[in-house]
Design a binder for this molecule. Structure first.
Ligand SMILES: [Zn+2]
Ligand SMILES: [Zn+2]
Length: 300
């Protein structure tokens, strides 16, 4: 199954963070201050996902901005004895830890209550392909997590993503902050740094959830992806000014385009060879910040 193509969908782009802590768990700031910071940085929606607790967001939405329900839940032990962290979106009641014996049970319980689940920060959690490949009915994984990157250098989980896609496990890729707002003089604060851009007919809780479920978004911590289309046997991409555009494909194929000299790229074309199990697009700006599309081609 392919994601819905956000570049062809009707509507407007909306910017959102799907993984947010407040001082209702181990974040430093109260929910209203967190919301204000996201509004002031051009975001349109956030999910507040405190640990093992649903924060009341009923008074936090403002004109043109949605604060949405969620929580981050444990989900048993991984192959290497680490813990799963699972981000539950649109979860409106707290689930007790005793009801979270393993990751699949959490996914199914959250979905039975109308929510959806993303596997948080696989690299930070020490998850392996064996921990991820058997999970069903979740939306995907965090392929970038700001606080995991800033704090211990384990923010990127794109290899986990490719490992899943190469095994024909369709998985959406999300970029999130996982903000905790703790000041530390040797790293930047972990807020307003990574997001998804979702294409919505209107900014409502229902439409945000529909787009996230359908994969109608791309993820970024910097660049913009302006368009992706398939024409004449080619995948054509246009972006904001970037240094590198990669077409990531199963096994040792795909293609990378790098700007040379002082020039930057604003697009690239990839000729489809026909044996790609999947193709996804990513681009890096001069500071190494990245945008990631969901799969453009995906063979079942
Ligand atoms: Zn976590
Ligand atoms: Zn978290």
């Amino acid at each position: 199954m392919l994601p819905e193509n956000p570049f062809k969908a009707e509507g407007k782009w909306y910017k959102g963070n799907l993984h947010t802590h407040t001082n209702n768990s181990d974040g430093a700031w109260p929910p209203d201050r967190v919301v204000d910071d996201y509004i002031n940085n051009g975001y349109d929606f956030i999910f507040i996902t405190d640990h093992s607790k649903v924060t009341d967001v009923s008074n936090l939405s403002k004109k043109g901005f949605l604060a949405l329900y969620g929580a981050e839940l444990g989900g048993g032990r991984s192959e290497l004895g680490q813990g799963y962290h699972l981000v539950a979106l649109n979860l409106k009641e707290t689930i007790s830890a005793k009801d979270c014996p393993n990751a699949q049970a959490v996914i199914d319980l959250v979905r039975s209550k109308g929510g959806e689940v993303i596997v948080a920060h696989p690299y930070w959690s020490g998850l392996t392909i064996n921990d991820l490949i058997h999970l069903e009915r979740h939306l995907g994984i965090e392929v970038f997590n700001t606080t995991c990157y800033n704090s211990i250098g384990k923010g990127h989980s794109t290899i986990h993503w490719d490992d899943l896609l190469a095994r024909k496990k369709q998985t959406w890729g999300f970029a999130v902050d996982d903000t905790h707002q703790h000041f530390n003089e040797h790293r930047p604060i972990d807020i307003c740094s990574a997001w998804i851009m979702a294409k919505l007919p209107e900014l409502t809780e229902v439409e945000v959830m529909k787009a996230i479920k359908a994969g109608r978004f791309y993820a970024s911590n910097g660049p913009e992806i302006l368009d992706i289309s398939i024409e004449d046997g080619k995948i054509k991409v246009s972006t904001s000014k970037v240094k590198v555009i990669n077409f990531i494909v199963n096994i040792s194929a795909g293609e990378s385009f790098t700007a040379t000299g002082n020039k930057l790229l604003t697009g690239a074309e990839y000729r489809i060879r026909g044996k790609e199990g999947y193709v996804r697009v990513e681009c890096f700006d001069v500071n190494g910040r990245t945008a990631w599309s969901n799969t453009v081609i995906f063979a079942e």
